[in-house]
Design a protein around this ligand. Sequence first.
Ligand code: DX5
Ligand code: ZN
Length: 216
Amino acid sequence: MKTKIAASLLSADMLYLSDELKRLEQAGIDWLHYDVMDGVFVPNISFGLPVLKAISQKTKLFRDVHLMIHNPYFYIHKFVLSGADLITFHLESTSDPFSTIKAIKDYHCQAGISIKPATPAKALLPFLDDVDVILVMTVEPGFGGQSYLHEVTPKIKEIKNMIQGRNILIEVDGGIDQQTAPEALEAGADILVTGSYLFRQEDMKKTADALRNIII
Ligand code: DX5
Ligand code: ZN
């Protein structure tokens, strides 16, 4: 499968979001990665429902919503109504991951599950028949602009092997740039999330194409 690029809006210029969306569209970005933080599950607060709704009305880009919130179950329908195409929640954020996946699927949305750097791959085993995406964090969730944690790379490989023939995409999130992307891709990443690196570039299209065309 061709590598997909998911741009993390966390690094966009918040005062000029509609210009930033145009920039992403013109750059041919595949997915819009929307990081929601609640100040409880992670020590930071980002944006939530009204901003997603406004964005959804403005762009056709695929909305990849990454929930870093405690008890995501209670907010699933609101994120769907606000325009999410895929909702990924953290395994560590809920005592009932199965109901959370079911809630997402009941709304005909794609479902993803994410794990923090310290959570082992085998924790995902019970969910492999139910999710569309596994999002592997290669930084501690909460902030953009951190460095890729190389010790997580073997876990990406392990997850790739675990998936076997299933139709699950592996998304890698945190510290992705031209230097670290080959390592994540070689381990099995299908989707690369990029925030601070992408938004810092003058020529976003060139950067996205270069990441997408890395040969491993
Ligand atoms: C971190 C977020 C990431 C982050 C990626 O908690 O989930 O999506 O914004 O940003 P960079 O590419 O700057 O690490
Ligand atoms: Zn993210």
